[in-house]
Design a protein. Structure first.
Length: 132
């Protein structure tokens, strides 16, 4: 019968494989760039993190030394993936508005980019016309 360590390693590998599959599927199937960012930055990062932790746990249980390289890879991955996603999202939001026509509506008076001027609503136009 396998011990607790083997079950933990197998569980982490299965969890990592599931997250990697979901992240890759999201990257391939989601319709636009802003939605596709979630696949590699969230799910795939968790999948790789779980795989690396499973590898560290396996070699630690096997009696070898603690693997500092895998811990560093995991740390840098969790630190750099959100920053990379932020930079890609900012670059996309600063594109010309004609190239952003496929983004879904935000439901607010501002567009996706915080650098855009607020959209004029019918109510604000009526208030301005009554004031004149």
């Amino acid at each position: 019968m396998p011990d607790f360590g083997d079950i933990a390693v197998a569980s982490l590998i299965c969890l990592g494989a599931f997250f990697l599959f979901v992240g890759s599927l999201g990257l391939a199937k989601l319709p636009d760039l802003m939605r596709r960012l979630h696949g590699p930055t969230k799910a795939t990062t968790l999948g790789i993190g779980a795989m690396l932790i499973a590898s560290m746990l396996y070699f630690l249980m096997k009696g070898d030394e603690f693997s500092i390289q895998e811990l560093l890879i995991t740390t840098f991955l969790f630190l750099t993936a959100p920053v990379t996603a932020l930079m890609v999202a900012k670059a996309h939001l600063l594109l010309d508005k004609s190239e952003r026509k496929n983004l879904p509506p935000t439901g607010r008076d501002v567009d996706w980019s915080v650098y855009d001027a607020p959209r004029k609503t019918q109510q604000s136009e009526n208030v301005q016309s009554e004031g004149n």
